[in-house]
Design a protein around this ligand. Structure first.
Ligand code: ADP
Ligand code: TPW
Length: 570
């Protein structure tokens, strides 16, 4: 090529977006095509990126979000404008709520037409629609700003408290051309996207003073602790202090659930009796009864809270000792301050917990060992638990009401960041998106344990699972409805009750439509065999697990949040 030809070589917005992502080692896009994303997706694939195409943007967004949680790199979701964007927005909002880093990139119509509301194709003021649900939202108008736009989005997603970021790319921007050399120079490789944040020494001393005064200390690990990838440091802190700990659902496996200091089987007891609680990457939101009330018992509490977000402190109750920083640095600083003056918890406390644990575990064993026909949640979950025990590397996705509540306590986890569930919102619909995101990101099998209602929100993504030949085994806990299948229409009319589905549905046949393997399991033995075979096959599989339609309780264990229902039953 002559010098003259080189000087006139141009690039465009499409290439700059792809180059900017690749420069930052973001090599997978979860999305759904249409103008102007089709060309972007084609180019991404041609340039060696992975484009995983979905059937609905919400699930592409969920896949991106869980990839972000697993890797500390923002998951990328791409959608078309207005409806595609809005479909993705639920996932973006859920990511922000859960502190998962992701970037939703949507094509958009032209500003001039949108702002004058002249009725463009898929017209919408997406930037403003995204703002309340995102940690940050940006729009790029000039090709030379794409590099900076992508850099800002990455940094906003992963620094400090992670969250969802919206990046608005008008169609016209993607078609803009500029000098190729200048274009390359405009790209930014983000340096130290999530810098360590070292806690103030006096905050560490204060926390250790509170901890030293504890008679009945407790450590609570949240999904922030799992996200932080400070696994060895956290385990050393727990073991060095000897303090009993409770994992929140997505922190399960940070230490193996079989660890002797795990107080999970004595959860109510330790929450009520503890006098000092060390929160590590866990918020005192509804999942922890806001840190007060019956759940927390009469014993006065002092909280130590380790978190990266200073505004989280005192959100629900007063925090005696905030430690602000990244969890790895904070836990290391706490460990460094533990000297010979620090006594391990006394035997009265650990002994009382051990006693509770063995009593509760014995009670649970009796329930789990029963073999009712049809299966109930417990006998089905016992079968799954026993299979998964031998495969600690398997990712578990879990949603539903009863299916979520029971699986959370029955299925033990042994490795960090292997359990992905409805999270902070208690949202239904994360199932297949999380399963695809986890399978693509880890290259390991996924078992998705799904209520039949929960599964329905993302069921069409079975085709996506089959298309990419992913090792995902979906187990549908089929009890003919939302929570259960026995409600009746009080008028005796033709419509079934609001919670009821088609009886005896065969979800296994759905996956067969796309070339996957379906199983129908009516006993724990059939479920065990199907699951073993499904996992060994490494193929897309679905097990329709037939559960007693009378087995579920309304809202699972959230009956306390459902006053209307309680009142109606009186
Ligand atoms: P859970 O639902 O498991 O209790 P939450 O989502 O409520 O967990 O809380 C996670 C917390 O972890 C958030 O307050 C968030 O700010 C914090 N967090 C996330 N990543 C880090 C990190 N790397 N270091 C410190 N805190 C973090
Ligand atoms: C986006 C409300 C909470 S749990 C649930 C719904 C609809 C389904 C429970 O039935 P399922 O499970 O899945 O069959 P099980 O084990 O009890 O039989 N829409 C959204 N999110 C939520 N949380 C709801 C509705 C809900």
């Amino acid at each position: 090529m002559t010098n003259e030809a080189q000087a006139t070589e141009t690039t465009d917005g499409f290439h700059l977006v792809i180059d900017a992502l690749k420069l930052n080692d973001l090599n997978t896009i979860f999305g759904l095509v249409g103008i102007p994303i089709t060309d972007l997706a084609r180019l991404a694939q041609a340039e060696g990126m992975r484009f995983i195409g979905f059937r609905h943007e919400q699930h592409a967004g969920n896949a991106a979000a869980i990839a972000g949680f697993m890797t500390q790199k923002p998951g990328i979701c791409m959608t078309v404008s207005a409806p595609g964007f809005l479909n993705g927005l639920t996932a973006l909002a859920n990511a922000t709520t859960n502190c998962f880093p992701m970037i939703l990139i949507s094509g958009s119509s032209e500003r001039e037409i949108v702002d004058l509301q002249q009725g463009d194709y898929e017209e919408m003021d997406q930037l403003n629609a995204a703002k309340p649900y995102a940690k940050a939202a940006y729009r790029v108008l000039h090709a030379e700003d794409i590099g900076i736009g992508v850099a800002r989005a990455i940094r906003a997603a992963v620094s400090g408290r992670p969250g969802g970021v919206y990046l608005d790319l008008p169609a016209k921007l993607l078609a803009q051309t500029m000098d190729a050399v200048k274009g390359k120079q405009s790209l930014v490789r983000v340096v130290d996207a999530a810098p360590r944040q070292i806690p103030a020494p006096e905050s560490v001393t204060r926390a250790l003073d509170v901890l030293k005064g504890a008679k009945r200390p407790l450590i609570l690990l949240g999904k922030g602790a799992a996200y932080a990838q400070a696994d060895a440091e956290i385990r050393a802190f727990v073991e060095q202090t000897g303090i009993p700990y409770l994992p929140m659902s997505m922190a399960k496996g940070l230490l193996p659930d079989t660890h002797e200091q795990s107080a999970s089987a004595a959860r109510s007891f330790v929450l009520q009796e503890a006098d000092v609680v060390v929160l590590i990457g866990a918020r005192l939101n509804w999942l922890l009864a806001h840190g007060k009330g019956k759940t927390w018992g009469a014993a006065p509490k002092k909280f130590i809270q380790v978190d990266i977000a200073p505004t989280e402190i005192d959100s629900n109750v007063a925090i005696a000792a905030p430690v602000i920083g990244d969890i790895g640095s904070c836990v290391a600083a706490l460990r460094a301050g533990i000297d010979s003056s620090f006594a391990k918890p006394n035997a009265e406390w650990t002994g009382a917990i051990a006693e509770r644990k063995s009593k509760n575990l014995a009670k649970m064993a009796v329930t789990l060992d029963q073999n009712p026909s049809p299966m109930n949640f417990h006998s089905a979950l016992r079968a799954i638990r026993d299979v998964l025990k031998a495969r600690p590397d398997i990712n578990v996705v879990n949603e539903g009401a009863n299916t979520l509540d029971y699986a959370r306590s029955i299925i033990d986890m042994y490795e960090p960041r292997k359990r992905f569930d409805s999270g902070t919102w208690g949202i239904m619909g994360i199932g297949m998106g999380f399963a695809i995101g986890a399978a693509v990101t880890s290259g390991k099998p996924v078992v998705a344990i799904e209520g039949d209602s929960a599964f329905g929100f993302s069921g069409m993504e079975l085709e996506t699972i089959c298309r990419y030949d992913l090792p995902v085994c979906t187990v549908v806990f089929n009890n003919n409805g939302v929570y259960r299948g026995t409600d009746v229409n009080p008028t005796g009319g033709k419509d079934v009750a609001p919670t009821v589905f088609v009886k005896g549905a065969r979800y296994d046949k759905m996956i067969e439509a796309f070339g996957g393997i379906g199983y129908n399991a009516t006993t724990p033995e059939e479920l065990t065999n199907a699951l073993l075979e499904a996992i060994a096959s490494g193929k897309p599989t679905l097990i329709n697990a037939v559960i007693d339609e009378a087995a579920g309780t309304e809202s699972g264990r959230l009956t306390n949040l459902n006053p209307q229902s309680a009142a109606m039953k009186k």
